[in-house]
Design a protein around this ligand. Structure first.
Ligand code: NDP
Ligand code: MG
Length: 391
Protein backbone atom coordinates (compact mmCIF):
# COMPACT_ATOMS: atom_id res chain seq x y z
CA UNK A 1 0.00 0.00 0.00
CA UNK A 2 1.45 3.39 -0.93
CA UNK A 3 1.93 5.74 1.99
CA UNK A 4 -0.34 8.77 2.00
CA UNK A 5 1.74 11.92 2.33
CA UNK A 6 1.16 15.68 2.26
CA UNK A 7 3.69 18.49 2.03
CA UNK A 8 2.86 21.84 3.60
CA UNK A 9 5.18 24.43 2.09
CA UNK A 10 5.88 22.21 -0.93
CA UNK A 11 7.20 25.07 -3.09
CA UNK A 12 9.91 26.09 -0.60
CA UNK A 13 13.43 24.86 -0.10
CA UNK A 14 12.49 22.05 2.33
CA UNK A 15 9.38 21.20 0.31
CA UNK A 16 11.35 20.86 -2.93
CA UNK A 17 14.01 18.72 -1.23
CA UNK A 18 11.22 16.51 0.11
CA UNK A 19 9.74 16.16 -3.37
CA UNK A 20 13.18 15.29 -4.71
CA UNK A 21 13.23 12.25 -2.42
CA UNK A 22 9.61 11.32 -3.13
CA UNK A 23 10.20 11.57 -6.89
CA UNK A 24 12.93 8.92 -6.67
CA UNK A 25 10.43 6.31 -5.49
CA UNK A 26 7.13 7.74 -6.56
CA UNK A 27 5.21 4.42 -6.55
CA UNK A 28 5.68 4.20 -2.78
CA UNK A 29 3.61 7.33 -2.15
CA UNK A 30 0.10 8.55 -2.59
CA UNK A 31 0.27 12.35 -2.48
CA UNK A 32 -2.76 13.88 -0.78
CA UNK A 33 -2.07 17.62 -0.51
CA UNK A 34 0.63 20.03 -1.63
CA UNK A 35 0.51 23.61 -0.38
CA UNK A 36 2.36 26.79 -1.31
CA UNK A 37 1.78 30.52 -1.40
CA UNK A 38 3.11 32.74 -4.20
CA UNK A 39 4.81 30.22 -6.46
CA UNK A 40 1.77 28.97 -8.37
CA UNK A 41 3.67 27.57 -11.37
CA UNK A 42 5.77 25.28 -9.15
CA UNK A 43 2.81 24.25 -7.01
CA UNK A 44 0.69 23.32 -10.03
CA UNK A 45 3.51 21.53 -11.85
CA UNK A 46 4.37 19.42 -8.80
CA UNK A 47 0.72 18.68 -7.99
CA UNK A 48 0.10 17.46 -11.55
CA UNK A 49 3.31 15.43 -11.67
CA UNK A 50 2.63 13.82 -8.26
CA UNK A 51 -1.09 13.34 -9.01
CA UNK A 52 -1.92 15.11 -5.76
CA UNK A 53 -5.56 15.14 -4.71
CA UNK A 54 -5.43 18.85 -3.87
CA UNK A 55 -3.14 21.85 -4.37
CA UNK A 56 -3.62 24.83 -2.07
CA UNK A 57 -2.18 28.31 -2.18
CA UNK A 58 -2.27 30.32 1.04
CA UNK A 59 -3.07 33.40 -1.08
CA UNK A 60 -6.79 33.78 -1.94
CA UNK A 61 -5.90 36.34 -4.65
CA UNK A 62 -4.11 33.58 -6.58
CA UNK A 63 -6.94 31.02 -6.68
CA UNK A 64 -7.83 31.77 -10.30
CA UNK A 65 -4.19 31.52 -11.34
CA UNK A 66 -3.94 28.16 -9.60
CA UNK A 67 -7.13 26.92 -11.27
CA UNK A 68 -5.78 27.99 -14.66
CA UNK A 69 -2.46 26.27 -14.03
CA UNK A 70 -4.24 23.04 -13.02
CA UNK A 71 -6.65 23.07 -15.97
CA UNK A 72 -7.03 19.66 -17.62
CA UNK A 73 -5.83 17.76 -14.53
CA UNK A 74 -7.83 16.04 -11.77
CA UNK A 75 -6.12 18.07 -9.04
CA UNK A 76 -8.53 20.05 -6.87
CA UNK A 77 -7.60 23.70 -6.20
CA UNK A 78 -8.19 25.78 -3.06
CA UNK A 79 -6.85 29.00 -1.55
CA UNK A 80 -6.51 30.85 1.74
CA UNK A 81 -5.14 30.13 5.21
CA UNK A 82 -8.22 28.08 6.16
CA UNK A 83 -7.86 25.97 3.04
CA UNK A 84 -4.25 25.19 4.01
CA UNK A 85 -5.48 24.03 7.43
CA UNK A 86 -8.22 21.96 5.77
CA UNK A 87 -5.64 20.33 3.50
CA UNK A 88 -3.46 19.54 6.52
CA UNK A 89 -6.38 17.81 8.20
CA UNK A 90 -7.05 15.48 5.23
CA UNK A 91 -6.11 11.95 6.28
CA UNK A 92 -2.45 11.17 5.57
CA UNK A 93 0.15 8.92 7.17
CA UNK A 94 3.07 11.36 6.94
CA UNK A 95 2.97 15.14 6.65
CA UNK A 96 5.88 17.50 6.10
CA UNK A 97 5.45 20.80 7.98
CA UNK A 98 7.64 23.18 5.96
CA UNK A 99 5.76 26.45 5.79
CA UNK A 100 8.02 29.32 6.83
CA UNK A 101 7.09 31.38 9.89
CA UNK A 102 4.18 31.47 12.33
CA UNK A 103 1.85 30.76 9.39
CA UNK A 104 2.96 27.13 9.79
CA UNK A 105 1.46 26.74 13.27
CA UNK A 106 -2.24 26.17 12.59
CA UNK A 107 -1.67 23.70 9.71
CA UNK A 108 0.83 21.75 11.86
CA UNK A 109 -1.66 21.47 14.71
CA UNK A 110 -4.37 20.36 12.27
CA UNK A 111 -2.05 17.67 10.93
CA UNK A 112 -1.31 16.40 14.44
CA UNK A 113 -4.99 16.28 15.31
CA UNK A 114 -5.48 13.50 12.74
CA UNK A 115 -2.78 11.40 14.41
CA UNK A 116 -0.25 11.37 11.58
CA UNK A 117 3.53 11.36 11.68
CA UNK A 118 4.53 15.01 11.40
CA UNK A 119 7.97 15.73 9.97
CA UNK A 120 8.61 19.09 11.58
CA UNK A 121 10.79 21.60 9.75
CA UNK A 122 8.69 24.58 10.91
CA UNK A 123 10.73 25.38 14.03
CA UNK A 124 8.46 28.34 14.74
CA UNK A 125 5.80 25.84 15.99
CA UNK A 126 8.11 24.66 18.75
CA UNK A 127 9.39 28.13 19.63
CA UNK A 128 5.90 29.67 19.85
CA UNK A 129 3.92 26.78 21.29
CA UNK A 130 6.22 23.86 22.04
CA UNK A 131 4.42 22.50 25.07
CA UNK A 132 1.03 22.67 23.35
CA UNK A 133 2.42 21.01 20.23
CA UNK A 134 3.81 18.04 22.17
CA UNK A 135 0.60 17.72 24.19
CA UNK A 136 -1.49 17.77 21.01
CA UNK A 137 0.66 15.04 19.48
CA UNK A 138 0.30 12.97 22.65
CA UNK A 139 -3.49 13.42 22.83
CA UNK A 140 -3.98 12.29 19.24
CA UNK A 141 -1.38 9.54 19.15
CA UNK A 142 0.63 11.48 16.59
CA UNK A 143 4.41 11.34 16.21
CA UNK A 144 6.66 14.35 15.65
CA UNK A 145 9.99 13.76 13.94
CA UNK A 146 12.43 16.69 13.84
CA UNK A 147 13.68 17.82 10.43
CA UNK A 148 15.91 20.73 11.44
CA UNK A 149 19.36 19.22 10.80
CA UNK A 150 20.64 19.79 14.35
CA UNK A 151 17.53 18.29 15.92
CA UNK A 152 17.48 15.33 13.57
CA UNK A 153 21.13 14.81 14.57
CA UNK A 154 20.29 14.94 18.30
CA UNK A 155 17.32 12.61 17.75
CA UNK A 156 19.58 10.13 15.95
CA UNK A 157 22.28 10.36 18.63
CA UNK A 158 19.63 9.52 21.24
CA UNK A 159 18.36 6.32 19.62
CA UNK A 160 18.57 3.58 22.26
CA UNK A 161 19.74 6.04 24.91
CA UNK A 162 18.13 7.13 28.16
CA UNK A 163 17.40 10.90 28.12
CA UNK A 164 18.13 11.09 31.85
CA UNK A 165 21.74 10.08 31.10
CA UNK A 166 22.18 13.20 28.94
CA UNK A 167 24.40 15.84 30.47
CA UNK A 168 24.46 18.35 27.63
CA UNK A 169 23.44 18.92 24.05
CA UNK A 170 25.67 20.88 21.72
CA UNK A 171 24.30 22.30 18.49
CA UNK A 172 26.65 23.72 15.93
CA UNK A 173 26.37 26.94 13.92
CA UNK A 174 28.31 27.77 10.78
CA UNK A 175 28.42 31.42 11.80
CA UNK A 176 26.61 32.43 8.61
CA UNK A 177 27.65 35.11 6.17
CA UNK A 178 29.30 37.45 8.69
CA UNK A 179 31.26 35.13 10.94
CA UNK A 180 34.57 36.82 10.16
CA UNK A 181 33.40 40.35 9.42
CA UNK A 182 34.77 43.20 11.54
CA UNK A 183 32.11 43.96 14.18
CA UNK A 184 31.90 47.63 13.25
CA UNK A 185 30.96 46.74 9.64
CA UNK A 186 27.93 44.59 10.56
CA UNK A 187 25.51 47.52 10.59
CA UNK A 188 26.33 48.14 6.91
CA UNK A 189 25.66 44.56 5.77
CA UNK A 190 23.39 44.58 2.71
CA UNK A 191 20.42 42.32 2.01
CA UNK A 192 22.35 40.53 -0.74
CA UNK A 193 25.30 39.88 1.55
CA UNK A 194 23.04 38.57 4.33
CA UNK A 195 21.14 36.34 1.88
CA UNK A 196 24.06 34.11 0.93
CA UNK A 197 25.06 31.21 3.15
CA UNK A 198 28.58 29.72 3.04
CA UNK A 199 27.40 26.07 3.28
CA UNK A 200 23.65 25.54 3.14
CA UNK A 201 21.26 26.28 0.29
CA UNK A 202 18.06 27.39 2.07
CA UNK A 203 15.13 29.82 1.83
CA UNK A 204 16.06 33.53 2.05
CA UNK A 205 14.55 34.13 5.48
CA UNK A 206 16.38 31.32 7.28
CA UNK A 207 19.59 32.30 5.47
CA UNK A 208 19.44 35.83 6.89
CA UNK A 209 18.51 34.35 10.27
CA UNK A 210 21.69 32.28 10.04
CA UNK A 211 23.83 35.38 9.54
CA UNK A 212 22.23 37.07 12.58
CA UNK A 213 22.19 33.79 14.58
CA UNK A 214 18.46 34.25 15.14
CA UNK A 215 18.17 30.86 13.49
CA UNK A 216 20.47 29.32 16.11
CA UNK A 217 18.63 31.19 18.88
CA UNK A 218 15.39 29.61 17.62
CA UNK A 219 17.11 26.22 17.54
CA UNK A 220 18.31 26.50 21.15
CA UNK A 221 14.69 27.08 22.21
CA UNK A 222 13.58 24.29 19.85
CA UNK A 223 16.06 21.93 21.56
CA UNK A 224 14.71 22.77 24.97
CA UNK A 225 11.10 22.32 23.91
CA UNK A 226 11.52 19.14 21.89
CA UNK A 227 13.95 17.22 24.09
CA UNK A 228 12.82 18.67 27.45
CA UNK A 229 16.34 19.48 28.68
CA UNK A 230 17.22 22.47 30.86
CA UNK A 231 18.47 25.65 29.13
CA UNK A 232 21.87 25.36 30.82
CA UNK A 233 22.35 21.91 29.29
CA UNK A 234 22.27 23.40 25.77
CA UNK A 235 25.43 24.81 24.20
CA UNK A 236 26.17 26.41 20.84
CA UNK A 237 29.46 25.83 19.08
CA UNK A 238 30.64 27.67 15.97
CA UNK A 239 31.70 25.12 13.37
CA UNK A 240 32.37 26.72 9.98
CA UNK A 241 32.29 23.49 7.93
CA UNK A 242 28.69 22.52 8.95
CA UNK A 243 29.51 18.81 8.99
CA UNK A 244 29.08 18.00 12.66
CA UNK A 245 25.44 18.97 13.15
CA UNK A 246 25.05 18.29 16.85
CA UNK A 247 26.66 16.39 19.72
CA UNK A 248 25.03 14.75 22.71
CA UNK A 249 27.14 14.51 25.86
CA UNK A 250 26.30 11.77 28.37
CA UNK A 251 27.05 11.64 32.08
CA UNK A 252 29.89 9.16 31.53
CA UNK A 253 31.71 11.83 29.51
CA UNK A 254 31.03 10.27 26.11
CA UNK A 255 29.95 12.49 23.24
CA UNK A 256 27.88 11.17 20.32
CA UNK A 257 28.38 13.41 17.29
CA UNK A 258 26.30 13.33 14.14
CA UNK A 259 28.45 13.98 11.08
CA UNK A 260 27.24 14.43 7.52
CA UNK A 261 27.28 16.75 4.51
CA UNK A 262 25.27 19.98 4.71
CA UNK A 263 22.34 18.60 2.71
CA UNK A 264 18.81 18.77 4.14
CA UNK A 265 17.84 15.63 2.24
CA UNK A 266 19.56 13.63 4.98
CA UNK A 267 17.33 14.92 7.80
CA UNK A 268 14.24 14.90 5.55
CA UNK A 269 15.01 11.37 4.37
CA UNK A 270 15.60 10.18 7.93
CA UNK A 271 12.14 11.47 8.90
CA UNK A 272 10.56 10.08 5.72
CA UNK A 273 11.85 6.55 6.24
CA UNK A 274 11.92 6.43 10.06
CA UNK A 275 12.37 4.01 11.79
CA UNK A 276 14.28 2.52 8.84
CA UNK A 277 17.34 3.90 7.13
CA UNK A 278 17.00 4.08 3.38
CA UNK A 279 19.61 4.82 0.74
CA UNK A 280 19.78 8.61 0.33
CA UNK A 281 21.35 10.58 -2.53
CA UNK A 282 23.65 12.67 -0.34
CA UNK A 283 27.40 13.08 -0.62
CA UNK A 284 29.53 10.58 1.33
CA UNK A 285 32.09 12.54 3.32
CA UNK A 286 35.75 11.90 2.66
CA UNK A 287 37.14 12.92 6.05
CA UNK A 288 40.76 12.44 4.98
CA UNK A 289 40.23 14.90 2.12
CA UNK A 290 38.47 17.35 4.48
CA UNK A 291 41.39 16.94 6.89
CA UNK A 292 40.26 19.34 9.56
CA UNK A 293 37.10 20.41 11.37
CA UNK A 294 37.11 23.64 13.40
CA UNK A 295 35.15 24.64 16.50
CA UNK A 296 34.98 27.84 18.55
CA UNK A 297 32.81 29.60 21.12
CA UNK A 298 30.27 32.04 19.64
CA UNK A 299 31.01 35.73 20.16
CA UNK A 300 28.23 37.29 22.27
CA UNK A 301 28.85 40.78 20.88
CA UNK A 302 28.50 39.61 17.29
CA UNK A 303 25.39 37.52 17.91
CA UNK A 304 23.13 39.06 20.62
CA UNK A 305 20.32 36.76 19.45
CA UNK A 306 21.88 33.92 21.45
CA UNK A 307 21.57 35.91 24.69
CA UNK A 308 17.95 36.76 23.82
CA UNK A 309 17.20 33.03 23.43
CA UNK A 310 18.38 32.50 27.03
CA UNK A 311 16.05 35.31 28.14
CA UNK A 312 13.14 33.71 26.31
CA UNK A 313 13.74 30.39 28.05
CA UNK A 314 14.12 32.14 31.41
CA UNK A 315 10.82 33.99 30.97
CA UNK A 316 8.86 30.94 29.76
CA UNK A 317 5.13 31.28 29.04
CA UNK A 318 4.42 32.85 25.69
CA UNK A 319 7.74 34.70 25.41
CA UNK A 320 8.73 32.31 22.61
CA UNK A 321 5.78 33.57 20.55
CA UNK A 322 6.82 37.19 21.26
CA UNK A 323 10.39 36.43 20.27
CA UNK A 324 9.40 34.75 17.01
CA UNK A 325 6.88 37.41 15.99
CA UNK A 326 9.35 40.21 16.77
CA UNK A 327 12.08 38.40 14.87
CA UNK A 328 9.86 37.87 11.81
CA UNK A 329 8.80 41.53 11.86
CA UNK A 330 12.37 42.77 12.32
CA UNK A 331 13.43 40.56 9.40
CA UNK A 332 10.66 42.08 7.24
CA UNK A 333 11.99 45.51 8.29
CA UNK A 334 15.52 44.59 7.25
CA UNK A 335 14.37 43.10 3.92
CA UNK A 336 12.34 46.26 3.25
CA UNK A 337 15.36 48.44 4.02
CA UNK A 338 13.73 50.14 7.04
CA UNK A 339 16.33 49.02 9.58
CA UNK A 340 19.91 47.85 9.30
CA UNK A 341 21.27 44.40 10.08
CA UNK A 342 22.22 45.01 13.71
CA UNK A 343 18.96 46.81 14.48
CA UNK A 344 17.05 43.54 14.07
CA UNK A 345 18.26 42.34 17.48
CA UNK A 346 17.49 45.75 19.03
CA UNK A 347 13.92 45.58 17.74
CA UNK A 348 13.45 42.07 19.12
CA UNK A 349 14.87 43.04 22.52
CA UNK A 350 12.70 46.19 22.72
CA UNK A 351 9.62 44.13 21.89
CA UNK A 352 10.40 41.50 24.51
CA UNK A 353 10.98 44.17 27.17
CA UNK A 354 7.78 45.97 26.29
CA UNK A 355 5.53 42.92 26.37
CA UNK A 356 7.18 41.54 29.47
CA UNK A 357 6.17 44.71 31.33
CA UNK A 358 2.50 44.29 30.41
CA UNK A 359 0.93 41.81 32.79
CA UNK A 360 -1.35 39.18 31.34
CA UNK A 361 0.37 38.74 27.99
CA UNK A 362 3.31 36.44 28.54
CA UNK A 363 1.93 34.35 31.39
CA UNK A 364 -1.54 33.49 30.02
CA UNK A 365 -2.26 29.82 29.34
CA UNK A 366 -0.80 28.35 26.18
CA UNK A 367 -3.66 27.94 23.73
CA UNK A 368 -3.41 28.49 19.99
CA UNK A 369 -5.71 31.52 20.38
CA UNK A 370 -3.47 33.10 23.01
CA UNK A 371 -0.39 32.39 20.91
CA UNK A 372 -2.03 34.19 17.97
CA UNK A 373 -3.05 37.14 20.18
CA UNK A 374 0.45 37.53 21.59
CA UNK A 375 1.92 37.08 18.11
CA UNK A 376 -0.25 39.96 16.89
CA UNK A 377 0.66 42.25 19.83
CA UNK A 378 4.36 41.52 19.41
CA UNK A 379 4.20 42.34 15.69
CA UNK A 380 2.55 45.69 16.48
CA UNK A 381 5.19 46.47 19.13
CA UNK A 382 8.01 45.44 16.79
CA UNK A 383 6.61 47.60 13.97
CA UNK A 384 6.58 50.57 16.36
CA UNK A 385 10.20 49.81 17.33
CA UNK A 386 11.12 49.71 13.64
CA UNK A 387 9.28 52.98 12.89
CA UNK A 388 11.13 54.66 15.76
CA UNK A 389 14.44 53.72 14.14
CA UNK A 390 13.36 54.29 10.52
CA UNK A 391 11.87 57.70 11.32
P1 NDP B 1 11.06 28.80 1.99
O1 NDP B 1 10.90 30.27 2.13
O2 NDP B 1 12.00 28.27 0.97
O3 NDP B 1 9.62 28.13 1.73
C1 NDP B 1 8.53 28.46 2.54
C2 NDP B 1 7.28 27.74 2.10
O4 NDP B 1 6.16 28.28 2.81
C3 NDP B 1 6.94 27.92 0.62
O5 NDP B 1 6.23 26.79 0.16
C4 NDP B 1 6.03 29.14 0.65
O6 NDP B 1 5.21 29.26 -0.51
C5 NDP B 1 5.21 28.84 1.87
N1 NDP B 1 4.64 30.01 2.51
C6 NDP B 1 5.18 31.25 2.64
N2 NDP B 1 4.34 32.06 3.31
C7 NDP B 1 3.25 31.31 3.63
C8 NDP B 1 2.03 31.59 4.30
N3 NDP B 1 1.75 32.79 4.82
N4 NDP B 1 1.13 30.59 4.45
C9 NDP B 1 1.36 29.35 3.93
N5 NDP B 1 2.50 29.04 3.26
C10 NDP B 1 3.43 30.01 3.12
O7 NDP B 1 11.44 28.25 3.44
P2 NDP B 1 12.34 27.01 3.85
O8 NDP B 1 11.94 25.81 3.06
O9 NDP B 1 13.74 27.43 3.88
O10 NDP B 1 11.91 26.80 5.36
C11 NDP B 1 10.67 26.21 5.73
C12 NDP B 1 10.68 25.94 7.21
O11 NDP B 1 11.71 24.97 7.49
C13 NDP B 1 11.04 27.16 8.08
O12 NDP B 1 10.36 27.06 9.29
C14 NDP B 1 12.53 27.01 8.31
O13 NDP B 1 12.97 27.62 9.50
C15 NDP B 1 12.66 25.50 8.41
N6 NDP B 1 13.97 24.96 8.07
C16 NDP B 1 14.50 25.15 6.84
C17 NDP B 1 15.74 24.65 6.50
C18 NDP B 1 16.28 24.78 5.11
O14 NDP B 1 17.31 24.17 4.80
N7 NDP B 1 15.68 25.53 4.22
C19 NDP B 1 16.56 23.95 7.49
C20 NDP B 1 15.91 23.76 8.76
C21 NDP B 1 14.66 24.26 9.03
P3 NDP B 1 5.73 30.04 -1.86
O15 NDP B 1 7.17 29.74 -2.02
O16 NDP B 1 4.86 29.39 -2.92
O17 NDP B 1 5.43 31.49 -1.68
MG1 MG C 1 19.08 24.02 11.57
Amino acid sequence: MPRRISILGATGSIGQNTLDLVRRNVAAYDVVALTGAGNIAQLAADAIEMRAKIAVTARPDLLEDLRDALKGSDVEAAAGADAVVEAASRPADWIMSAIVGAAGLAPGFAALAQGCTLALANKESLVCAGQLLLETAHTHGATILPVDSEHSAIFQALVGEDITAVERIIITASGGAFRDWPLDKLAQATLDQASSHPNWDMGQRITIDSASMFNKAMEVIETREFFGVDPDQIEVLVHPQSMVHALVGFRDGGLMAHVGPPDMRHAIGYALHHPHRAHLPVERLDLAAIGQLDFSTPDGARWPALRLAREVMGAGGLMGAVFNAAKETALDGFIAGQINFTQMAEVVEDTMTQLDRQPGYIDVSMTLDNVHKVDHLAREAAKAAIDKRAG
